[in-house]
Design a protein. Structure first.
Length: 167
């Protein structure tokens, strides 16, 4: 019940409609497959992290991380640390905090798209947060386009997938 309240407060603090699987929050869907980590303060949940399995890689994806306004600084990082230690103790071979769209060494036009979309989604802020965790490597995720077809069309299709069908 406390996590439901925390989730509702987090969603209410967001100023945009859910964008497909990017910001849709369904932490208890298929709950039996998840791992959960909860931060408490004075006996009350102030943040949580849910992980889902990535069977093909023998690891886990850090899917949902929700932090209430009264969570102390460092709570998110502490949850990630606890999860990483737990996964390491269980011998997991892989863990990821997920993708950072338009992050890293991308062409100038893609950086411009990121800057234009900053009001909707803080791509740079997400990358800076994840960079503080000192990942051993960044793995690129590519959008492949058949030869002779327009990149823009496929990019829009990708954005529609993130947006749940409609831009």
């Amino acid at each position: 019940a406390q996590l439901d309240v925390l989730t509702g407060g987090w969603l209410a603090s967001r100023h945009m409609a859910p964008m497909g699987f990017v910001v849709t929050l369904a932490p208890f869907e298929h709950a039996d497959a998840h791992r959960y980590f909860v931060a408490e303060r004075d006996g009350r949940a102030v943040a949580y992290l849910s992980l889902v399995p990535v069977p093909a890689r023998g690891g886990w994806l850090f899917e949902d991380q929700v932090r209430g306004p009264d969570a102390p600084n460092g709570t998110s990082e502490s949850l990630i640390d606890a999860a990483m230690r737990d996964l390491a103790a269980d011998g997991a071979g892989f863990a990821t905090t997920g993708l950072v769209p338009l992050g890293g060494a991308v062409p100038g036009w893609m950086r411009a798209v990121g800057r234009l979309g900053r009001a909707l989604y803080d791509f740079d802020g997400l990358r800076r947060f994840k960079q503080r965790l000192h990942p051993p490597r960044w793995e690129p995720v590519w959008l492949c386009v058949p030869a002779g077809e327009r990149v823009a069309r496929h990019l829009v299709d990708g954005l529609r997938a993130f947006a749940g069908g409609s831009l």
